[in-house]
Design a protein around this ligand. Structure first.
Ligand code: ADP
Ligand code: ADP
Length: 229
């Protein structure tokens, strides 16, 4: 499962200005669709609407054929994993922060998620697990390290649907490549919506949607969009 469908979605934060002006697309189960476009186009808004932070003013958003307004908040959010551009961490241990993905996870499951996200390089392991203090607002970790924590959380949560919102935009190019690899491993087999600034970071997507001023300006594979340039 995990098919995501937007049908003629309209949305505004305030009545004066419409942000999404009739957006339709589908992410078939297990596939990856990327949304690219200039800053302010409405890309992040799409991901917030899928997570139902806000209700739309017209159209429908469906997950596996079901209107998200008819699904409980809890089951919707259990089905969707989000790796945001700036992960907010709790002032607690890394183990606590990873376990936020699924509170009931065993120590072994946390350790396995941390390993898959390649967190081991920067944590101090104790017999009890991941003891490294993250600190106030996560300031002791770099952007790439915080992304790895978000990835570990997502691995632990194991959702059928994934939203990657500019997940590597804040990183240097070496770290970006490493995180990109980790994200590709996590997104394999999951329905994935990638929000990105640049076309070059979403070459492998099944479909790329170019959003401009709240409308779909173009769509196609990376190859098709390059040909039309
Ligand atoms: P990004 O474009 O990097 O994803 P955001 O989605 O957080 O960043 O914000 C995009 C733009 O929307 C920014 O210019 C920001 O100032 C503005 N913005 C974000 N939240 C609000 C808000 N609550 N009220 C008004 N403007 C906002
Ligand atoms: P993108 O992700 O493409 O940069 P966003 O979806 O973040 O764009 O924002 C689209 C538009 O909505 C922008 O003009 C932004 O200023 C506005 N916006 C974003 N968040 C809010 C908000 N919480 N309240 C009011 N306006 C917002």
């Amino acid at each position: 499962g995990g098919t995501v469908r937007f049908e003629d979605v309209r949305f505004s934060y305030d009545p004066e200005r419409e942000i999404l002006k009739g957006v339709s697309f589908e992410v078939p189960a297990g596939r990856t669709v990327a949304i690219v476009g200039p800053s302010g186009a409405g890309k992040s808004t799409i991901s917030r609407l899928l997570y139902r932070f806000y209700d739309i003013s017209a159209g429908r958003i469906l997950v596996d054929g079901q209107d998200v307004r008819e699904v409980s908040q809890a089951s919707l959010r259990a089905a969707i994993g989000m790796v945001p551009q700036d992960t907010v961490l709790f002032n607690d241990t890394l183990g606590y922060n990873i376990r936020y993905g699924r509170a009931g996870a065993s120590d072994e499951e946390v350790a396995r998620a941390a390993e898959l996200a390649q967190i081991d390089g920067f944590v101090r392991r104790t017999p009890k697990g991941y003891a490294t203090e993250v600190g106030e607002r996560g300031l002791k970790l770099s952007g790439g390290e915080k992304q790895r924590v978000a990835i570990a959380r997502t691995i632990l949560k194991d959702p059928p649907i994934l939203i990657l919102d500019e997940a590597t935009s804040a990183l240097d190019s070496h770290t970006e490549r490493e995180i990109q690899d980790a994200l590709e491993r996590v997104s394999r087999g999951r329905t994935t919506l990638v929000i990105a600034h640049r076309l070059s970071t979403v070459v492998g997507a099944d479909e790329i949607i170019v959003l401009q001023h709240g409308r779909i300006a173009e769509r196609g594979t990376h190859g098709e969009l390059m040909e039309r340039e």
